[in-house]
Design a protein around this ligand. Sequence first.
Ligand code: PGA
Length: 248
Amino acid sequence: MRIYREKDYEAMSRRAAAVIAGEIIHNPACVLGLATGSTPEGAYRYLVDWYKQGFINFRHVLSVNLDEYVGLSPDHDQSYRYFMQSNLFDHVDIVPENTRVPDGLTADTDAECARYDAYILSLGYASLQLLGIGRNGHIGFNEPGDCFVKQTHVVDLTESTIDANARFFPTWDDVPKQAISMGMGAIMGAKKILLCASGEEKADAIYNSVCGPITPGCPGSILQLHPNVVLVADEAALSKLIAAGVKV
Ligand code: PGA
């Protein structure tokens, strides 16, 4: 695992964007596995900026997103489709049909999950999978549990995740309680993984993912089994690793 130690959120964002831009320049028709949340927002801002300056383009890029809330429409301002449109897709030249986010409004979630996996498989998996990490170590919406789930699946969100999301909804009851998430098969199938983290509240999750036992109790720990992971994190998120004497 290559670890980039960055000063703060802004530096982390710029470094993460540089890794993604490098992928696009290296392979203009790459498949980007994309993530939502506050962690990648800054990186998307840099990518939009570099697109506008003419350094990169998304003309031949395909994208598959990690997850989507069950029950939210694409134009709901808390849906992950809406997030992707407003933070990246609407500002660059990616072909709309080449962007995929699980359909949160599907009447048949099992069929949607199977379709999503078949599509990712048909692309030969992501060239680069971007990941944030939850305070509890979740990646995508693969929550801590008794086993790693391979397929795209419907997840019952944990109370800690619902609590973390509650700030974006009028009341706790409005927060979606389920999501469709890529499973570990699609994530681990990516040729390269870019894990990003910022802030003290991610320090335990990062420490456990990098140094802890490989266990579904900390979903991010599965990344220790991937041969090509780049971790881009700020000093606060790396603080437990640094305190433990890990060279970063
Ligand atoms: P965040 O979420 O980027 O909003 O912190 C990350 C995650 O929960 O995966």
